[in-house]
Each structure stands twice: as C-alpha cells, then as structure tokens.
Design a protein around this ligand. Structure first.
Ligand code: NAD
Length: 513
C-alpha cells in the first residue's frame, strides 16, 4: 500500500474544495475550540468557531420568518427551481464534496463519490416531486359536498445528522423539505463540519442564482448541545435526527414532551441469511461488501451472517479468505486500490476491541481480523483489519450495534430458525436473504418474515437507492426518509369539506335545530 498522505496535503485539499464550494468563512459561531479533523491521519485540520445559544436561536428565528414570510407561499414548482439548481451545482462540484467526505469521514473515493451521487439523485427526485405533492379527493356522504385533503408545508425542520453519511442524509431531508415548503436548520455531526459548510455554501449559491431567500437554510456547527437546542425549540416543527439508538432515546422524549414531531433514523444490526440454494459467489460479494465496506461504518452494514449449517464451513471459509485479501487493501482512502479506510476515531477502535473481547468471553472464536493497522505511520489514526467471529449463539454482544467492521457468524438448521435469529435483535433496519428457493424468498418478504424497514433478496443489506423510502423499525426508530411517499412527513395534512349546496346536512344523519 502507498504511504498515507501528509495532514498538510489533506488540509490544502480541503481548503481548495471549500473555496470552490463557496464555503470559506461560513462558520460564524461565537464559541471556540471545535476542531475539524481527518481520520486519515487522525490530525487536526482547522479550528472552527462552533455555534452558541445565540446563533442557534437566530438560525431558527431566521428560518421561521422566511417560512412564514415567503417560502410556504412560494408555489411548489418554483421551490423546485432551488433544488434543481442545487443538483446542478452538486454535479459541478461532485469531486469537491466527495474529497471532503473522504477527508472527514474516511470513505474511499468511489463510496464518497457515490454519496454525492445520491445527493444529485435526491435533488432530481425532489424536483419531480415539486409537481406531485398530491392530495386525495374522497366521496362525501352528503349531497353537494366535496371532501378532500390538502398538504401544507410544516415549518422549520431541524436536521441532525451522523458522521458516516455526512451529506447524503442531509440532502434526503433538505431537498424534500425545501420542495415541501419547509425551511431547514442543520446540525451536522461534530466530526464532519467541513462537508456541511460546503453543502451550505452550494445551497446558498443556488438560492442566489434562482432568487430564493437565503434564510431557507442555516447550518449550526457544534456538538450535541447545539443539537439539543433544536430538540427543545418549539419553533422546530419537525426534528429529523440520524444517529445512534442512544441519541434517539435522548431525543424522542424531549421532542414528545413539547408535542413536536420527530423522525428518527437510528442504529441497525443487520443480517443476511445464506441458504443452501444460494448462488454462493453472489452471496459472497454481497456479504463482504455489506460487512467490510465503509470499514463497517454504515447504518446498513451487515453485522450478522446467518448461514445454513450444511454450507457454513465452506461459505465462512470463503468469507475469511476474502477478508485476508482485503488486508492488503486497507489504508489511504484516496488511493485507487484501497477498499477499507480508517475508523472515524479512537472511540470506534476502542468499541471494536471491547466487542471482540466480549465476543470471546461469550464463547466466540475469531476467524480472521481485528488487528490495528498503520499505527506506526499514523499513531492518531485508527485502521483495523475487518473481523469475522464465529459465535455459538446470538449472545448479548451480537445483539448490539458496534460501529466497526465485525461480522458475527451464526448457523441455522431450519428456515424458521434462521428467521428467528434474524429478527431476534432490538434493531430493525435492513435484512437480506440469499436463496434460489422462491418459497424462502417470499416467506422472508412476508408479514411473518423479515421485520426490518428494508428487506432484500439476493442483494446485501447495504447500498439502498433513493427511490425507496428509507428507515427502520423497533430500536432503529420511526419514520421514513428519501423516496416513495416519505415527503408526507415534511408536510401537514388538512382535510377540507366544501358545501356547494343550499342545505346544511350534518354528517351521520344527525339533526339539530
Ligand atoms: P451519534 O448518535 O453519536 O450522533 C449523531 C448526531 O446526533 C450528531 O450530530 C450528534 O451531535 C447528535 N446528537 C447526539 N446526541 C444528541 C442529543 N442528545 N440531542 C441532540 N443531538 C444529539 O451517531 P454517530 O456516531 O455520528 O453515527 C453513527 C450512528 O448513526 C450509528 O448508530 C448508525 O447506525 C447511525 N446511523 C443511522 C442511519 C439511519 O438512517 N438509520 C444513518 C446513518 C447513521
């Protein structure tokens, strides 16, 4: 593998990308001491001024006044012009934003570019949506009456995002919220402030280009305390937060206590079942990308492999062999031949070590991986060999999401047992089955099958497209983002009854006066 880049090179690359996206000087907080760092070397890139209480208050006030003063009354297709322009700018600056994603989140080049592509795709989707915010007309039970529903903008949407999809998740929320007529205040992950500033910069340029008010969007750099301000602010009509289950447990009761709305996209603990009839080559590709891709740092990362006992030895051996080959391809995420970049930081590396120890204590045997890499070259960066651990049962550690590349292997005898294992964890984001048996495939997709928000056949757990609604069940949270009819979460529904008769008949035949 090539040597890791110098921090100064990365700093210069980040500076160039920020300048090109019009994002220099956009962090305008009054606080001190927020660092932008890179997991590639583990070093600090820049010191930023985080937002304080005053900036958070001002951001929400601006977003609210632009909402009531202009944006909610702007025709939706015209709101779509802003999102179309954002999509054009993202196409133009795809490499700049992808560079920042790699620098701050450590994603390899193709995944970082893929993340920006997802932003472009959702912009296209949202522009189409801007002419399709349909309401229904229902048959009224009363003569001379029309019964219908209309969808109205909701207000200020607070968007809180995680480090591992630093820009795509923002765009799923923001592109849709903007065409729906909402304004947005974004609190990005503390680990990825630069990508956030770049996106804000591009959106501000788009607003200037199409004549939209710049207050449709604000960004607040900072830690969880900044997110908490959005959580508690009654002017925030919808709080859309993506992150760990721990974060969701803190956020949900606080938003609920002010009877606000929330949309939570939380942790997953995703599994793939590999049946005896599976196309083993295809399953192998799906499992290795799902489990080791993005260094195990996707919400949809495959964390459990549930393989039929008749093929377990052979299939697990092939997975372990593929992992051995991956070892030569761990390192600088900018290098063309790298497949596994760094973990986000020391905390992730510690969690990985703790989980591997717990797995051993619970009877697991490590088949491959787990070692720290490149420590001499970059003592503050954390690279790890993706690990595979054979487990005797679905013990406590297997039921947790450890945000690192660990794949637990479990075996099954009957398909019912496989489903039970599959669904036997608290989380419910994504699941898949590799099988050529149609009965198994259909059973997996049925009401009594996979209990996740995303259920796949002959494709891995990770790598969703924007056209579908994205989200999970159980501890993964509630609500859906991105495609399909997820837009409804960003609007309020009004049921309207219009009487065009000369009588006033009451519903259900009630008579009065
Ligand atoms: P995290 O929970 O540590 O932080 C996520 C965001 O929430 C950050 O912006 C953080 O500042 C903010 N935050 C944390 N506590 C808060 C609080 N009490 N009030 C308000 N804001 C708060 O998560 P992370 O480490 O950045 O990301 C990894 C996690 O995110 C994993 O669990 C992963 O599965 C999950 N994730 C889920 C999805 C999904 O769509 N389901 C997508 C991406 C990531």
């Amino acid at each position: 593998m090539a040597a890791l880049p110098e921090t100064e090179q990365l700093r210069e690359r980040a500076r160039t990308a920020l300048r090109r996206c019009g994002a220099e000087g956009l962090a305008e907080g009054s606080g001190t001491g927020h660092t932008a760092r890179t997991p590639i070397t583990g070093e600090t890139l820049f010191e930023l001024a985080p937002a304080g209480a005053a900036e958070a208050d001002r951001a929400v006030a601006t977003a609210e006044s632009v909402f009531t003063g202009a944006w909610r009354d702007t025709p939706a297709p015209e709101r779509g012009h802003l999102v179309r322009r954002l999509g054009e700018l993202l196409r133009e600056h795809k490499q700049d934003v992808a560079d920042l994603v790699t620098i701050e989140a450590g994603k390899i080049g193709s995944e970082a570019a893929g993340e920006v592509q997802e932003m472009i795709d959702i912009c296209d989707f949202a522009v189409g949506l801007s002419r399709q915010l349909y309401g229904r007309t229902m048959a009224s039970e009363r003569p001379g009456h029309r019964l219908m529903e209309t969808w109205h903008p909701l207000g200020v949407v607070g968007v809180v995002t995680a480090f591992n999809f630093p820009v795509a998740v923002w765009s799923w929320n923001t592109a849709v919220a903007l065409v729906c007529g909402d304004t947005v205040v974004w609190k990005p992950s503390e680990s990825t402030p630069l990508t956030a500033l770049a996106c804000h910069g591009l959106l501000m340029r788009a607003a200037a280009d199409v004549g939209a008010p710049e207050g449709v969007h604000r960004v607040l750099i900072g830690g969880r305390e900044v997110g908490e301000r959005l959580v508690d602010d009654p002017r925030v009509a919808l709080l859309s937060a993506t992150g760990s289950v721990r974060m969701g447990r803190e956020v949900a009761p606080r938003v609920a206590s002010r009877l606000g709305r929330y949309l939570l996209e939380l942790g997953g603990n995703n599994a793939a079942i590999v049946a005896p009839s599976a196309d083993a080559d295809l399953a192998l590709q799906g499992v290795v990308f799902g489990a080791a891709g993005t260094a195990g740092q996707r919400c949809t990362t495959q964390r459990r492999l549930i393989v039929h006992e008749d093929i377990a030895e052979d299939f697990t051996g092939r997975v372990a062999e593929a992992y051995t080959k991956l070892r030569e391809r761990i390192g600088d995420p900018f290098a063309a031949d790298t497949l596994v970049g760094p973990l986000i930081g020391e905390g992730a590396h510690r969690s990985m070590g703790r989980a591997l120890q717990a797995a051993a204590d619970e009877g697991g045997s490590l088949l491959t991986g787990g070692a720290r890499r490149l420590e001499d070259e970059a003592p503050r960066a954390y690279y790890a060999d993706p690990a595979v651990v054979r487990m005797p049962r679905q013990s406590a550690i297997v039921c947790e999401e450890t945000f690192a590349p660990i794949l637990y292997v479990l075996t099954y005898r009957t398909f019912e047992e496989a489903l039970e294992l599959h669904n036997g964890v608290p989380q419910g984001l994504s699941g898949s089955v590799f099988t050529r048996d149609q009965r198994e495939a259909e059973r997996f997709l049925s009401a009594a099958g996979c209990d996740c928000g995303i259920a796949n056949v002959n494709i891995g757990t990770s790598g969703a497209e924007i056209g579908g609604a994205f989200g999970g069940e159980k501890a993964t949270g509630s609500g859906r983002e991105s495609g399909s009819d997820a837009w409804r979460a960003y609007m309020r529904r009004a049921t309207n009854t219009v009487n065009y008769s000369t009588e006033l008949p009451l519903a259900q035949g009630v008579s009065f006066l």
